[in-house]
Design a protein around this ligand. Structure first.
Ligand SMILES: NC(=O)CC[C@H](N)C(=O)O
Length: 317
């Protein structure tokens, strides 16, 4: 038996992940599948899948890990990184702040209440729409092409595509995001047209992946921007540091404090019921289970990450 801590954790993971998924799956009934984007409501409610990837690309997977879903808010982490790579820190943080809001992810409350009227952080909807406008390109068509190229590179998967049905469903019903974008335009945050920036925003939210893609993308963040499998730097270290900090403080919306206490890892969730997380320096983690709690996080997914964090003492604190 090996005494390498990684080998021991890996054996325990591969031996027990299936049991832990079965246990956490009970929590799918604690939540509701998102329906404000009508197409998302078609997701089966009893799904729970997870994929954990180590630095050599070995995979521990269990449950419905082949289920396909859209990135939704998880995409915001990577558009933030791309915007930082395109514009640098100073330009990005002239358009968005660095603080959690304590409000729902699609709230517009503080845009009017607090001066200057820029979004509090890049992971709430208002902030992510501002970030979409900063992606280099002459219009949304060019921006979307660059985003897809970047996401495919990070996921090491050239076949990532936009799910057209989810895109259309969101675009047809996004009255709240449209109002946020008009508000931003009025506050002088957006230099481009509202419809164009929303095309970019809905497109990156609608990129379809599975848990393996999530784990692969997370692995690059876990290794501070270097892909440990291809031994290639894909993202400057500083920009990963910024992204991981936001994931920790704002990645689980207004439940980020609770998640930090119970799980203690950087993470980002999306309304598709997905969660991207990582054990820094070690593993990339992708989880999906569509039913959400009131704050928009996957009930079974959060439960499973809590169990893993306890079992392996993964909390950063
Ligand atoms: N929380 C989320 O995943 C939100 C993303 C979704 N596309 C929206 O704008 O509402």
């Amino acid at each position: 038996m090996s005494h390498n801590p990684h080998d021991q954790t890996w054996k325990q993971l591969t031996d027990h992940l299936g049991e832990w998924v079965t246990e956490s799956k009970k929590h799918t009934t604690d939540g509701h599948v998102a329906s404000y984007i009508p197409e998302l409501a078609n997701a089966p409610a009893e799904i729970l899948g997870i994929c954990i990837m180590d630095a050599s690309g070995s995979i521990a997977a269990a449950g419905d890990s082949n289920f396909r879903f859209t990135l939704q808010s998880i995409s915001k982490v990577f558009t933030l990184i791309l915007a930082l790579m395109d514009n640098g820190e100073a330009a990005v943080f002239s358009k968005v702040g660095m603080e959690p809001t304590g409000d729902d992810f699609n709230s517009m409350l503080k845009l009017e209440l607090v001066e200057p009227g820029i979004p509090f952080n890049p992971l709430i909807n208002a902030g992510a729409i501002a970030i979409s406008s900063l992606i280099a390109g002459k219009d949304s068509t060019e921006q979307i092409a660059r985003i897809l190229t970047f996401f495919r590179e990070i996921a090491d998967n050239p076949s990532l595509e936009i799910n057209a049905a989810v895109y259309k469903s969101e675009s047809d019903t996004a009255h709240r995001n449209r109002s946020l974008a008009y508000f931003l335009k009025d506050n002088g945050v957006l230099d481009c047209e509202v419809d164009d920036v929303l095309r970019t925003y809905f497109s990156h939210c609608s990129i379809e992946v599975d848990c393996t893609d999530l784990a692969r993308m997370a692995l690059v963040l876990a290794h501070n921007g270097v892909d440990p499998i291809r031994h290639q730097r894909l993202i400057p270290r500083r920009f990963v540091q910024i992204a991981k900090t936001f994931m920790f403080t704002c990645g689980m919306y207004n439940a980020s404090g609770e998640f930090a206490m119970n799980v203690g890892l950087p993470a980002k969730s999306g309304v598709s019921g997905s969660i991207l997380s990582m054990v820094p320096g070690q593993y990339g983690i992708g989880v999906v289970s569509p039913p959400l709690n009131r704050k928009g996080n996957s009930t079974a997914g959060v439960h499973l990450l809590g169990k893993l964090s306890q079992e392996f003492d993964w909390s950063l604190f």
